[in-house]
Design a protein around this ligand. Structure first.
Ligand SMILES: [Mn+2]
Length: 254
């Protein structure tokens, strides 16, 4: 397992417009990781949506890709776990970014006080969601990858804007506005998954995907939905950690 002093985790930003203040803020936040003891984990649904490696997406997200290239230039380790809105990205991201299909497992801290961290997107947590899991397998399949490579990114963009709901509507659909029974049922699935990972010897579990701004016992954190909650997660040796292993930070400027 690789070992780092500090880890930054970003997921579920669902970025579309490059002039979105949250987009600019992410770029600013990426200025902080400084060297080979630091790691950045993009844990899925950073974009809404990027599929494949077309010139369209590489041009549109030039700012982001340049920020990632600067991280790699500073020897920061960069991981990408694909989400359900951003996948087939191995040609899109600069070479040197490490793709993990399910989870990133790293040790964080210093010798003598190392803690094991598990980070995943979270779309594999609910194994009862058979419909979604089938759809995921279909989208990730090699034939679909070929199709996504062949389609102009601008087409995919136009299709996505027709299919995806506007951010305002997404905000009103967050689990925090659900019927408490339904919300707690979702929360239970994620918390039980995290407890299972903890039982395997991990000290911290970070998930996203369901947009539920939840945490439990200092070891499980869900990212929530940054377009509304405006926070990301960090883990390790930070002056503002207050002794916590994992904690939330505001996106710069918010
Ligand atoms: Mn997701």
């Amino acid at each position: 397992m690789e070992r780092f002093r500090r880890v930054w985790i970003f997921s579920d930003l669902h970025l579309t417009r490059t002039d979105d203040p949250l987009y600019r803020s992410l770029i600013t936040a990426l200025d902080e990781p400084a060297g080979s003891e630091d790691a950045v984990i993009f844990a899925g649904d950073v974009f809404d949506l990027v599929v494949g490696d077309s010139a369209h997406y590489r041009t549109k997200h030039r700012l982001f890709l340049e920020a990632v290239a600067r991280l790699l230039g500073r020897k920061v380790r960069v991981f990408y776990i694909e989400g359900n809105h951003d996948f087939h990205l191995s040609g899109f991201m600069p070479s040197g970014v490490r793709f993990e299909p399910e989870a990133v497992c790293v040790e964080v801290g210093e010798a003598g006080s190392l803690r094991k961290l598990y980070v995943a997107h979270g779309d594999l947590v609910d194994q009862n969601d058979v419909g979604y899991l089938r759809l995921r397998a279909f989208f990730r399949s090699a034939p679909l990858q070929q199709v996504s490579r062949a389609l102009p990114g601008a087409w995919i963009d136009r299709l996505a804007s027709k299919l995806s709901r506007p951010p305002e509507r997404k905000a009103s659909e967050l689990p925090e506005y659900w019927d408490p029974l339904r919300r707690d049922a979702l929360r239970k699935v994620f918390r039980e998954f995290a407890a299972g990972i903890r039982a395997r010897g991990f000290d911290g579990v970070i998930l996203g995907h369901c947009h539920d701004f939840d945490s439990e016992g200092g070891f499980y954190f869900n990212m929530g939905y940054p377009p509304v909650h405006r926070q990301f997660l960090v883990c390790g040796d930070f002056p503002d950690s207050g002794g916590e292993m994992i904690f939330r930070r505001n996106f710069p400027g918010f």
